[in-house]
Design a protein around this ligand. Sequence first.
Ligand code: IPM
Ligand code: MG
Length: 363
Amino acid sequence: MKQLNNITILKGDGIGPEIVDQAIKVLNAIAEKYDHDFKYDEQLMGACAIDATGNPLPEETIESCVNADAILLGAIGDPKYDNDPNATVRPEQGLLKIRKTLELFANIRPVRIFDSLKHLSVLKPEVLQDVDMVIYRELTGGIYFGAKNKSENEASDLCHYHRFEIERICKLAFEEAQRRPRKTLCLIDKANVLDSSRLWRDVVQGMKDDYPSVNVNYLFIDNAAMQMILNPSQFDVIVTSNMFGDIISDEASVLGGSIGLLPSSSAGEKARLYEPVHGSYPQAAGKNIANPIATILSVEMMLRDFGMGDEADEIVEAVTYCIDNNLLTSDLLKENALFCSELGDQIARHISSKTKKDYGVLI
Ligand code: IPM
Ligand code: MG
């Protein structure tokens, strides 16, 4: 297994720098305790890159990402671009281009609910019983990347998929379903209307015999959006296209009480990129109030991918400790909330203060 040494850091916009700083504290605590050598290379992407260079994804950033073992991203986006339909340069172009350049075709978004936060969810605690799912969202195709056209009175975005693009993400999703106790894969699509969705069904049906232990089911996206609220515990592994995955994962992210808790990893053939599911939350930028947990749990995913299971477990343990002991930011706590940097300190300190986990016998 490849070693984790060189990490490209893309703090991005809005709350990005604040939350990434906390994740770096945690990485440093792990590095010191387990004697790892993480080297950080900070680069620009998004609105901050446009401001500095005119380009949302400068060449230097691409080069660093291509040579990295892993990439840690905060968030990108700035409202000054959102309400200008004629803007030709946008922060999001940086993110879409890095996903495409690194062929990060699978965006993996696990949804886990912390017991002690269940009462904060908009859903009743009993509906959240046993919720444990992971969303495999296709990330480099579909309507995001199809041909675009806009004139004064007409506009179109093509949703195009090639069989191989569907196969490679479905393979990862089937493998994940096979590893999980419930072994259930749900394809979310709109196959009653869209040809592109019918191709997804075709591919999944063609592959399912290769994974005989996996139960496969299908839901139309409109029904799936409803089921996510009515009965979220039915989901185990979800696989879906780029746009449907974007939407359903934001919906799933509120189940646990705050969107500030959900991490993600994006996988392809090269370095993986780790980022929280939430956005750049510009209203909170610079206020030190954002929740750093989604970014810190993205680091957990990073460490696991490099075989550092004990280190990743330490992060989960420290985050769970803070959550269970009401060491929370203001999205989750009305009174006595911690600042973003304080929560980062607490999580890092918890990791440093506990004795190192026993490695067991190394073979
Ligand atoms: C996400 C975000 C991005 C997306 C935006 C910022 C382009 O919403 O990662 O889910 O739509 O993919
Ligand atoms: Mg999104």
